[in-house]
Design a protein around this ligand. Structure first.
Ligand SMILES: C[S@@+](CC[C@H](N)C(=O)[O-])C[C@H]1O[C@@H](n2cnc3c(N)ncnc32)[C@H](O)[C@@H]1O
Length: 227
C-alpha cells in the first residue's frame, strides 16, 4: 500500500511544533477516543497504524497504564521522533515500533483495538477499502476500530463555505493563508478527500458494525466501530 513522500526528516522534526496550534482539536479527539475505548481490558494491546510521532500512544498510555502499543508507519523519520518521545515518557517497555505498512507486521497476533488517525486520506480512493479489510484481519472478535480522517463532500452546495473555514483554520497561528482554490487543488492532488458517507461504507464493507461518527471539527471526522 503506497503513501506519499512528505513525511521526510525535516517534516517529521517540524510535525509536532507545527500542529501545536491545533491542540484544542487533537486534545478533544484524543479525550473522546479514550472514552470510546474505556471498556477494553486493563492489559489491552493496541495497534496504531500510521503512528507518526506517537501522539495517540502518549495520550492513551497515560490514561491506561496497563495497555501495550504496537505502532507501524512507513516513515522511518516520523518513527524516530516517536521513539524519542516514547523514551522520554519512560514507556518504551510498553511500545513496539515497526517501519512499514500493516502487511509488514509479522506473526498472526490479533489486537484489542486498532487506531488509524489522520492516515487514510493519504491513500488513493481505489486502494482505500483494502486497509479496512487488513485492519479487520488484525482485530480480535468484537475488537475496536478508531479512524480519524479529513473528509468532505466536494459536491456539497456549501463546499466553498466549508473550505473557507478550513482555510481560516490553516491560517491560524501561521503567516500564510491558503485560498479556497489552493485547498481544492491540494485535496485533488495530495489529500484524497472523500465524503464521510463513503468512509462509513468502506468500514461496513470490511465487516465493521455501524460506525459511530463521534467527532467532527470542521473537516476532521472520527468514527468508532466494532468488528
Ligand atoms: C498526519 S500523520 C498522523 C500521525 C499520527 N497518527 C497523528 O495522529 O498525529 C500521517 C502518518 O501516516 C503515515 N502513513 C501514510 N500512509 C500510510 C499507510 N498507507 N499506512 C500506514 N501509515 C501511513 C505517514 O507516514 C504519517 O506518519
Amino acid at each position: 500500500m503506497s503513501t506519499n513522500d512528505i513525511f521526510n526528516s525535516e517534516f517529521s522534526r517540524r510535525y509536532d511544533a507545527s500542529n501545536a496550534r491545533f491542540s484544542p482539536i487533537s486534545a478533544n479527539l484524543h479525550f473522546l477516543m479514550a472514552l470510546q475505548l474505556q471498556d477494553l481490558p486493563a492489559d489491552a494491546h493496541i495497534l496504531c497504524v500510521g503512528v507518526g510521532t506517537g501522539n495517540e500512544v502518549l495520550s492513551l498510555a497515560d490514561s491506561y497504564p496497563g495497555w501495550r502499543f504496537t505502532g507501524v508507519d512507513p516513515s522511518a523519520d516520523m518513527l524516530a521522533v516517536c521513539d524519542q518521545k516514547i523514551r522520554q515518557a519512560g514507556i518504551e517497555h510498553r511500545c513496539d515500533l515497526l517501519a512499514g505498512y500493516l502487511e509488514d507486521i509479522a506473526g498472526g497476533e490479533k489486537f484489542d483495538a486498532v487506531l488509524c488517525l489522520l492516515v487514510t486520506h493519504f491513500i488513493r480512493q481505489n486502494d482505500r477499502g483494502g486497509i479496512y479489510h487488513q485492519i479487520a484481519a488484525r482485530l480480535k472478535t468484537s475488537g475496536r476500530l478508531i479512524v480519524a480522517e479529513i473528509a468532505a463532500d466536494m459536491a456539497a452546495d456549501n463546499i466553498d463555505d466549508q473550505l473557507r473555514r478550513w482555510a481560516a483554520l490553516q491560517a491560524y497561528g501561521s503567516t500564510s493563508a491558503p485560498t479556497v482554490e489552493e485547498i481544492k487543488q491540494l485535496f485533488e492532488e495530495r489529500l484524497r478527500v472523500q465524503p464521510p458517507a463513503a468512509t462509513e461504507a468502506l468500514m461496513r464493507d470490511a465487516g465493521f458494525s455501524a460506525p459511530d461518527h463521534f467527532f467532527q471539527s470542521l473537516l476532521i471526522h472520527a468514527w468508532a466501530a466494532r468488528k
